[in-house]
Ligand binder design. Structure first.
Ligand code: AMP
Ligand code: GLY
Length: 426
């Protein structure tokens, strides 16, 4: 099979790795890809947002399946353009991708269908938004309507922070047009979990649940980032998972069919497990990053085959290893703020059970160097979360570059809980 992966980060690297892992006969292409993906297939220097050129490339290469990493091309109609040329692609149409690309669309859709989520109001007038914020006694979350690279959400500690968020988004326009409209919603309390599912119309097939770590520093301190690590499977009860699928995911998929924009591809539900049951924080129209880096290594069997089965309305029969995976993101000095690039990277010999994924790297003068904030994703795999975590940090120790930083507590509390439970069982 001829496969094309769209995107250039760690998520796309793990997709490429998993797509060719058990099927050496697959022929892998990526656009634009990265130096890690280049060791698995052919990288083509096209931007992930260049829809016309991507469709042309897929046609020229006679690609059998295109898999899309990032949300922006989906929100801009990449899937629609592929469908118009009769090309097979795993990702939603522009209309279906609104579940991520417009928070107002997503929130009103959830309200219309009675799906559990925080209460909210929508504002396109900053004066009304400020008056609302000042009247509220409850803790609030302010969200820019449009895409903001995962940054357009402020969980406000108090009314002053909420006011500042409204001013930043609506007046100072720090997220550009994305913040001209905002959603203001109640803050939910609980444990967060990411549940990703393959969807084709009304049919949904859950992947293993995952947890990501959004803050820059240990113990969930510091600034919000695109993600500093992840674990899978997340520690979620089967009862909670069943409730998520029955009361959130399946009704959402069916309602999208009923409203005339059936979803296809992977749907990501960011959930809060509250005292009143699971509630939706957000949907994404793509794999999570870095959730994909821990979910996909645990998938057994042929990923491309599972995606094609899903697209064609068959059960993909997803099966999973009993083990666990832990991903530690190794970031540049200063990330998520300003950070240098072009810093040389050394990676020592591979460690068994460890995968080094490229997220923000480049080859400069024949040498590997940093090219972004999140540079490498080190994934440890093992029979247990304890073993996976140990391997991930052994893997991190094989990486060196000036100013590198990473969290030391990825999977720590899950490993401690697992160890306590093990002690109770024995
Ligand atoms: P989002 O981009 O909507 O997922 O929001 C980013 C992060 O903000 C989430 O992963 C949560 O940690 C937090 N968040 C979003 N909405 C809420 C909410 N209603 N209550 C508490 N935290 C939230
Ligand atoms: N890990 C969060 C996201 O991919 O949006």
């Amino acid at each position: 099979m001829r496969l094309l992966v769209v995107g250039s980060g760690g998520r796309e690297h793990v997709l490429a790795w998993q797509l060719v892992r058990d099927a050496a006969s697959h022929n892998l292409h990526a656009a634009p890809g990265n130096p890690g993906i280049a060791s698995l297939g052919t990288c083509h220097p096209l931007e992930a947002t260049d829809i016309a050129s991507l469709a042309q490339l897929a046609e020229q290469l006679a690609i059998d399946l295109t898999v899309v990493g990032p949300e922006i091309p989906l929100a801009n109609g990449l899937t629609d353009a592929f469908h118009a040329r009769g090309l097979r692609i795993f990702g939603p149409t522009r209309d279906a991708a609104r579940i991520e690309s417009s928070k107002v669309f997503a929130k009103t859709f959830l309200r219309r269908h009675g799906i559990a989520a925080a209460e909210f109001e929508v504002f396109d007038n900053p004066v009304a938004a400020l008056a609302f914020v000042r009247r509220q006694k409850r803790p609030l979350v302010i969200k820019a309507d449009g895409l903001a690279a995962g940054k357009g959400v402020v969980v406000a500690a108090d009314v002053h922070e909420a006011e500042r968020a409204v001013l930043d988004m609506m007046i100072r326009k720090v997220y550009g047009a994305s913040g001209e409209r905002v959603v203001i919603e109640d803050r939910l309390e609980g444990r967060e979990v990411s549940v990703l599912v393959f969807v084709s119309g009304r049919n949904v097939f859950p992947l293993l649940p995952a947890q990501d770590y959004k803050r820059a520093l240990d113990s969930d301190r510091g600034a919000n980032t695109g993600g500093m690590g992840a674990i899978a499977p997340a520690r979620v009860s089967l009862a909670d998972l069943a409730q998520v699928v029955d009361e959130i995911i399946e009704p959402v998929a069916s309602a999208m069919v009923d409203e005339g924009y059936p979803y296809t591809g992977v749907l990501y539900a960011g959930l809060m497990l509250t005292a009143d049951g699971p509630m939706v924080l957000e949907f994404n129209c793509r794999f999570g990053d870095p959730e994909a880096q821990v979910i996909l290594p645990l998938l057994e069997g042929d990923l491309a085959g599972a995606m094609i089965d899903t697209l064609e309305g068959r059960d993909p029969h997803l099966s999973w290893s009993d083990g666990a995976a832990v991903c530690v993101v190794v970031a540049s000095d200063g990330y998520p703020g300003r950070h240098p690039t072009g810093i040389p990277i050394q990676i020592a010999d591979a460690v068994p059970g460890t995968l080094i994924l490229h997220a923000g790297t480049q080859v400069q003068g024949g040498r590997l160097a940093t090219a972004g904030g999140r540079v490498l994703n080190v994934v440890g795999m093992g029979d247990s979360i304890v073993e996976a975590r140990a391997r991930a940090y052994v893997g991190v120790a094989t990486v060196t570059f000036e100013g590198m930083h990473y969290r030391t507590d990825i999977g720590l509390s899950a490993a401690a809980e697992a160890a306590r439970e093990g002690a109770r069982v024995s």
